[in-house]
Unconditional design. Structure first.
Length: 174
């Protein structure tokens, strides 16, 4: 369980250092993955330039061989990540957070490249990067949910799921 799971969700204005943070994590994950991890992508709100987001770098890491998931996850743990239960949107993914203690700064989802969840995460990110109006609506929805829920760590993510469901329907994603 997250040590900071009971703390209210925080939102921050875009920080240009988020991109650099992602690049550092990407480099470390690819290196420690020793060829098992072949693709690392920046997803989530911090991947959207200029948008308000939770200050947590979301990372999507992919393997081509699903049989290497456990070994790849162990290699990522060596970068001071710790495992958590899988995300509700893909029970086959491995979810890891950093640091091992204290407030979460990074969240990594490890999964086989090419799964529906892999494609959906990238399609949503790419859509929001390419369509400024959609990105602004997404930001407005998140901020509205945050205000309505008071940043409650259970209510906020649950309510935000509806925004992602709507985006997936718009993009005809499974």
């Amino acid at each position: 369980m997250d040590e900071d799971a009971d703390l209210p969700i925080r939102l921050s204005h875009h920080d240009p250092r988020w991109r650099q943070e992602f690049q550092q994590i990407r480099s470390g994950v690819l290196q420690c993955g020793q060829g098992m991890i072949t693709q690392v992508e920046h997803i989530g709100g911090t991947a959207l330039p200029g948008r308000i987001s939770q200050p947590i770098i979301d990372v999507l890491a992919g393997v081509h061989d699903a049989d290497q998931m456990d070994e790849a996850a162990l290699s990522i743990e060596g970068l001071y990540f710790r495992p958590l239960p899988p995300p509700h949107w893909d029970s086959s993914a491995v979810r890891l957070i950093k640091p091992r203690g204290g407030p979460v700064t990074h969240q990594l989802f490890l999964m086989p490249i090419g799964t529906p969840a892999w494609h959906a995460a990238l399609a949503i990110r790419d859509h929001l990067r390419a369509d400024t109006e959609a990105s602004l609506r997404f930001e407005d929805a998140k901020v509205g949910i945050w205000k309505r829920t008071g940043g409650d760590p259970e209510d906020y993510p649950r309510a935000k799921d509806g925004v992602f469901t709507h985006l997936m329907e718009q993009l005809n994603l499974p």
